[in-house]
Design a protein around this ligand. Sequence first.
Ligand code: SF4
Length: 272
Amino acid sequence: MRQAWLPFASYNLWSLSNSRVGQEFLFCDMNRGFKKVRQKEPQVKVLLEDNKHQRIGKLAQAGVYEFYQDPKLLSQSDGVEKVAAILKLNQEPEEVQERIIRILKNYCKEPILVGKQIIQLSKGDEGFPSPIIIQEGSYCFNLYAPTDCTFKQPDGTIHILDFKTGKSDFDRRQAYVYLLAASYLYPQQPSVASFYNLEIGLTSDIIIATSEQLKFVQIELQDIAKQHELEKKRYWENPDDFATIFPPNPGTSCNYCIFSSICKFSVCEVLR
Ligand code: SF4
């Protein structure tokens, strides 16, 4: 039976809806409009598909997955080359190839999943995950919290590990979304979350959350889901109001924005 449609929330939507404290200059609400409302328009779609950072993230995840499937590769002198061949790395742009090879070599030196009791490990190409249906008061929404890796610690604690690449900071909001999801998926066990940057070998602190903090996160996500649906509806009714509904924030943020080539508010556009 098909499930009834529900609004959704995710870490991704949270990060696109609210700025991180102190990073307001990098935040642009119009980004959410492009990514989450106009994503099917051909010119937007092409920019979303041709995203080098996402590609590197997916290939790095796939590389870790392949090493986990065949741990012998970790100690073979041509293990990295073999994984690179499985990933068809030679079909990728040069920069992507170089960074993934570096990541695979780093992982061979520091194979952090070896010896872990893995419950789930993503290959990176699974597509859209199944949502967790959350009811907050009378409001229901789908929570999407796709995890890179989940393992069980020797004391039974569920540990959700998120892999990073590049210079992206660890955002605790993402960990809280994972911990909220874990409270539904593994209600009998305590859970923790952490991040590991595969490119620079950096591990975050272990992040935990009290039940009060998780309740706060759940309410925050509910508000975000509600607000996003309202704004989507306003846009469909009045597409000309795009910039009013999703206000642009031209400036430093444009330098990192994949939509700068099509956004009429882009600082680059203004300078041209
Ligand atoms: S180009 Fe600048 S103003 Fe336009 S969506 Fe991107 S960050 Fe916002």
